[in-house]
Design a protein around this ligand. Structure first.
Ligand code: SAH
Length: 218
């Protein structure tokens, strides 16, 4: 399914433009071909640095996308998952980012990813079946997944108006949370927090745009 040179060219381009900074993220992006996660009809655009829409909502707005590769790389660099980490992702969509997380944590780690849309979760489960340390859960990710907490890393890939108390509770001490915040004072900023003894401390932020979280909040 890989279209070879398009895939390599995309990764090279992300390195050249500074979105990929570490050898670890580069290696993961070389292993996981985005072409295996985009819908069949969109394969020609699999290696463009642009989001691909997977599903529209009732009003015709994107409800699910495969994020722009630049954004995926920047967020993974911020999250900096280590081998053996247990990572929680909110917003599975195609499963592309979950596959990258699986590469980064390796077989001694674990990736739990929560998707609110059942059909999308089923599709991701199929695509990720060969990666036994990835679990796709169907549900509202604002509640996190307390059963497997604490997590060394939590990454949210849909826009939230605020951080959910559940994410804070389920993040290990010294752990990182990367979340796109779309509230009034935080319009389209992707924020990196670190868990400290006195709570979450903001470490970094960058501009971004994401489809909104659905569920109780939205
Ligand atoms: N991580 C994806 C991109 C996610 S797009 C990638 O690899 O490219 C955002 C996803 O979040 C959508 O599929 C949407 O259905 C899902 N979503 C929206 N609200 C959610 C919620 N409350 N809980 C879990 N998933 C949610």
């Amino acid at each position: 399914m890989s279209t070879g040179s398009g895939h390599l060219a995309l990764v090279d381009d992300l390195v050249r433009r500074g979105a990929i900074r570490s050898e670890r993220v580069r290696a993961a992006m070389l292993v996981v071909d985005r072409g295996d996660f985009v819908p069949t009809g969109e394969r020609s655009r699999a290696h463009d640095d642009a989001p691909v829409v997977l599903k529209l909502d009732a009003d015709g707005w994107p409800a699910s996308t495969i994020s722009q590769p630049t954004m995926v790389a920047l967020m993974l660099e911020e999250l900096a998952p280590e081998a053996g980490d247990k990572v929680l992702e909110i917003g599975t969509a195609s499963g592309y980012n979950a596959a990258l997380l699986a590469e980064l944590v390796g077989p001694t780690g674990a990736v739990l990813t929560v998707e609110i849309d059942e059909a999308l979760a089923d599709g991701a489960r199929r695509r990720l079946a060969a990666r036994s340390h990835v679990t796709v859960l169907t549900g509202d990710g604002r509640a996190g997944h307390p059963d497997a907490a604490p997590y060394a890393r939590i990454i949210v890939t849909a826009g939230a108006s605020s951080t959910s108390p559940a994410w804070t509770e389920q993040l290990a001490l010294g752990g990182r949370l990367v979340v796109p915040l779309t509230g009034e004072d935080r319009r389209g900023r992707c924020v990196t927090y670190e868990q400290t003894r006195s709570g979450l401390v903001e470490r970094h932020s960058m501009p971004c745009g994401f489809v909104p979280l659905r569920g109780r909040e939205g």
